[in-house]
Design a binder for this molecule. Structure first.
Ligand code: ADP
Ligand code: MG
Length: 765
């Protein structure tokens, strides 16, 4: 904690006050339960309605008591007092810290019900499709008991299903679907095409994951566009470059830089004077840089796999193939070229939004996670959210061992295999958290060779992830998974049916092994949290080597000397402290990168908001017609004179205005991408890059608005408009007929749980 000590203290006092208050309400509620248990279902519904006044829950003890009885009746679960307390904190708009297995699903549904009773629509945001569908179905009886509606949206939902689902009081969905639907809704040309209905509240499960780790991941809506120029020649030239001589990679492997030697090699190969001339900087240099990223930083089978002649991205932190995800087009094409595949059709970005900007659209955001305290600073800084810590229902009985530190990665790896085999020989279940898919596979191979049976969670058995994780606590199991895999699934001791529970408890419960410390202690704690649920016994230990990423990145030039034993094990308090120090440094770096990247995103997010408002007024009023008629009264009179229905004319004007607005916005995004790119490449000395970026962005955005209206006005003058409306497509003003969505991969370069931060993500979006 160190540097934030003052802050923890400040937080402590205010959340203690809240704590006292909500504990008082919870115990009052407790006293009322017996009374409500006597009432009929209908009476309970009446009673809960009676607790609401002025859009608020006024009688909180009564509210909680009725919910408690209803939960017992409909779900067979009587909420613990700590759960009721968490419900109150959520209704106040906090992020509540509740450990794994404490029953956040029920808490979320109860709070969402509370919001819905006060006529607020809730988006309950889950980490994936599976959990959205599971939780909506699981919690449905409770929600419907009160005459409220609940639904889920997943990637598989059809348009019609989405339209219906979004009109429910409570909508469970992963943030990606919510974001993509939002983006698609910003392409419509008539209000009745809207799919999503805005919600008043976002209640985020595993809140730190969405709100912090993935905050700067941009969701992208792209449209098709005829094939781009071949990248073959550039790929070829780049493939001959040599690391260390022609290019260098920074220490945390996030960025790659051409040296002067490398640049002149490329210039010779392409027959151009200078890569850095004004003429080449926005075009050829950008593509060279993409090809170099693809060559030097994106490793096959770590960051992507090649399957059926296609690139499939591996989402490093989850260790899965990320379906329907692409890198930004240039990079995707560069990797395809590197692998000698057909370069896929180019596209253009129509619109994009970061998760942080998406979440800030909600009037109220609240959430729950096992690791909120460690994210306190970010949650406050990015969203102005407060953290409330909820006690565990039962005391934690997990033992967290000190790190086992080794000199080299090889020695560490051998020791991990040894430890797993040893634990497994006793029958105690082991869950291993790795950094990426490649490490999972290597570990599984080594263990299989020792005769240890291993379940690996990775891209290949994606669909079964939840089922496998549910069994991870069974006798004799070894489960190897990346950080996020199977998150949200309950790991019960003795298997999902708990048939061998006593035996596993006897052996010490679930043992969790981390193969490396993450860049933040918070991610380490998420992994540890898989063991010791609801007072179960358990164990957690991390293995570290002095060659690990966080040590090299966080330790920078500092060195520690230590005397390892014959297995390479280092037992020294000083080295332990050094590792902690390295992690604090990487945490600081992450915050800094986030702050920097957000500075770039913020302005575009503000611009997007303006475009959004403009779109809304064009959609909802006759503004488009009025503006165009004012600019060109003769044309307006001519059209009116033809006896075309006024509604048709207004819609024609609307489509014309929207077409050019959207087109200009898409151009703006592309341009600002290039600007950001070349600003970094040129490292302009006169001004700080961000100031320069802002100056250009503001100027361009002003032009955008004017140009959109100018162009619309021209089109209005020339395009055929008749009783069928404006014939825009015939005039070459065609909207993309196919769109696809993707998120710029989580931190494709760093592996292991931290999203966003890395080179590609931050350069491109
Ligand atoms: P979390 O999301 O906090 O990790 P879950 O919501 O998945 O936890 O719940 C973990 C387990 O606890 C589930 O099996 C659930 O049925 C059980 N559970 C939660 N609350 C209660 C309760 N009040 N009474 C009995 N079981 C509960
Ligand atoms: Mg959960």
């Amino acid at each position: 904690m160190g540097k934030f000590d003052w802050f923890w203290k400040a937080m402590g006092s205010s959340s203690e006050r809240n704590d006292k208050k909500s504990k008082g309400i919870v115990s009052q509620a407790h006293g009322l339960i017996a009374n409500y248990e006597q009432r009929s279902d209908a009476e309970l519904v009446d009673a809960i309605r009676g607790t609401v006044a002025d859009g608020q829950i006024e009688k909180k003890p009564e509210f909680l008591a009725v919910l408690t009885v209803a939960s017992a009746r409909t779900l067979g679960m009587t909420p613990f007092e700590v759960q009721n307390q968490a419900v109150l904190r959520l209704l106040e708009g906090d992020v509540t810290q509740m450990a794994t297995g404490e029953g956040k699903t029920l808490v979320g549904a109860m709070a969402a019900t509370g919001f819905a009773l006060t006529r607020k629509r809730v988006h309950l945001i889950t980490v994936n499709d599976y959990l959205a569908a599971r939780d909506a179905n699981w919690m449905r009886p409770l929600v419907e008991f009160f005459g409220l509606s609940v639904a889920s949206v997943t990637e598989a939902s059809t348009r019609e299903e989405r339209v219906n689902a979004y009109r429910s009081d409570i909508v469970y969905a992963p943030v990606t679907e919510i974001g993509f639907d939002h983006l698609r809704d910003n392409q419509i040309t008539h209000r009745d095409q809207t799919v999503q209905v805005a919600a008043d509240v976002a209640l985020v499960d595993e809140a730190d994951s969405v709100l912090v780790d993935e905050a700067l991941v941009p969701l992208v809506l792209a449209g098709s566009k005829p094939g781009e120029q071949a990248t073959g020649q550039i790929t070829e030239a780049v493939s001959h470059l040599v690391e260390g001589k022609d290019y260098t990679i920074d220490s945390d492997r996030r960025n790659v830089f051409l040296t002067d030697d490398g640049a002149s090699k490329i210039e010779r190969a392409l027959g151009i004077d200078s890569l850095y001339s004004d003429e080449n900087i926005g075009t050829i240099l950008v593509r060279v840089n993409l090809a170099l990223h693809a060559k030097a930083l994106l490793i096959r089978d770590v960051h992507y796999i090649v399957k059926d002649g296609k690139i499939d991205l591996v989402d490093a932190s989850r260790g899965r193939v990320a379906e329907l995800q692409r890198w930004p087009d240039g990079l995707q094409a560069a990797v395809e070229a590197k692998e000698g595949l057909d370069v896929s059709e180019g596209g253009r970005i129509l619109d994009q939004i970061t998760l942080q900007a998406l979440m800030r659209r909600y009037p109220l955001v609240c959430g729950m996670t096992g690791t909120a305290v460690e994210a306190t600073d970010q949650l406050r800084q990015f969203y102005d959210l407060h953290v409330s810590v909820i006690d565990r229902a039962k005391e934690l009985r997990r033992f967290d061992e000190a790190d086992r530190i080794y000199a080299t990665m090889d020695e560490k790896f051998a020791a991990i295999v040894e430890e797993i085999a040893h634990i497994n020989s006793t029958g105690q279940p082991v869950l291993v958290g790795t950094r990426d898919v490649a490490e999972s596979e290597a570990l599984a191979d080594a263990l299989e060779k020792r005769g240890v049976n291993v379940n690996v969670l990775n891209a290949k058995n994606d669909a079964e992830e939840a089922r496998i994780v549910a069994e991870a606590g069974d006798l004799g199991r070894v489960t190897v998974s990346t950080q996020m895999a199977g998150r949200g699934t309950d790991i019960r001791l003795g298997g999902a049916d708990e048939s061998d529970r006593d035996a596993v408890v006897e052996l010490g419960g679930l043992a969790v092994i981390g193969t490396a410390r993450h860049r933040t202690a918070r991610l380490d704690n998420q992994l540890r949290g898989r063991a010791g649920r609801q007072g179960d016994p358990g164990l957690s230990v991390f293995f570290v080597s002095l060659e690990d990423d966080i040590v090299t990145a966080g330790g920078a030039d500092e060195r520690v000397s230590a005397q390892p034993d014959e297995h390479g094990l280092i037992e020294s308090k000083r080295v332990q402290d050094f590792i902690e120090h390295c992690q604090r440094v990487t945490e600081g770096q992450l915050l800094e990168i986030h702050a920097q990247t957000w500075k770039y995103n913020q302005l575009l997010a503000d611009h997007r908001e303006i475009v959004d408002k403009r779109r809304a007024s064009l959609l909802d009023t006759d503004q488009a017609w009025r503006e165009l008629a004012e600019r060109n009264p003769a044309r307006a009179a001519e059209l009116e004179g033809q006896g075309i229905d006024r509604v048709v004319l207004e819609q024609a004007a609307r489509e014309i205005m929207l077409f050019h607005l959207d087109d200009e916005w898409s151009e703006h995004l592309a341009l600002m991408d290039d600007v950001r790119e070349s600003i970094h490449l040129r490292a302009i000395a006169r001004e700080t890059p961000i100031t320069e970026f802002h100056r250009i962005a503001v100027r361009e955005f002003k032009d955008l608005a004017n140009r959109a209206v100018e162009r619309a006005s021209e089109t209005f003058d020339t395009v055929l408009i008749d009783a069928d409306g404006a014939h825009l497509a015939d005039a070459g003003w065609k909207r993309p007929n196919a769109t696809w969505t993707y998120m710029v991969s989580d931190n494709p370069l760093a592996g292991g749980g931290n999203s966003v931060i890395s080179g590609i993500a931050s350069i491109f979006r």
